[in-house]
Design a protein around this ligand. Sequence first.
Ligand code: UDP
Length: 250
Amino acid sequence: MESALQEQETTLQEARILGVRVHRVCMAEALGRIEQLIQGSEPSLVITADANAILIALEDAEFRELMETAPLVTADGAGLTWAGRRLRQPFPERVSGVDLVEQLTRLSHEKGYRLYFLGAAPGVAERAAQNLLHKYPDAQIVGVQHGYFQPTDEPALIAQIAAVRPDVLLVGMGMPRQEKWAWQHRHALSVPVMIGVGGSFDVYGGVVKRAPYWVQRIGCEWLWRLLQDPRKIKKVRNLPRFAWQVWQAK
Ligand code: UDP
């Protein structure tokens, strides 16, 4: 079993975007890998990377190391899928944190996986859980906690998460903090799979509206998000720098 698992683990295709590693997987493959990792004996980190993640990795050695070693790094966002095409290492599809949250809730409904939602402003992840439970009533969302806790509350929070034994911890506290936090506390948390999902709880909690499908299809979800939350300009400002570096890298 162990060797079969390892064998499959080596078969995921990788792209190198500005030297940074991202897996070339579709949603079905990503979910398959996550289900394997749930059965694993060590805690694993899953990263949903957008163009900004690549730029962060180029400047932040700790985050770069997580991107290099995570058993699953998916391509989230039009900027990164464009870069994959441009560099002739196309991604089969976008595998976003937002979509993973819903797909994992569906799998939980079907197979009983235990999910924990950590992140977003007080009340938001609860609403997200309630809304998702309407659609997937048998999903096992075994705990919910907002992402604005004090450092002094951390030990109790970690103990509380560990006590309810989730299979998957979804952490929506912004990149790269969510990945670093989860990895730093992996032993105490003792959760098989930890996934950084950024602002996904805001989407399901009704704080932000997801772009219509046609806007996603034409690669403009970033513009939709920017119009809803002008603070996102910080991230959008980085996109030309990313595009320029990819353009030159060819
Ligand atoms: N957030 C949090 N704790 C913090 C700071 C942010 O839980 O201390 C949440 C915030 O409310 C939002 C998410 O983290 O729900 C970040 O969303 P964003 O879309 O900016 O993240 P990204 O996808 O860029 O990582």
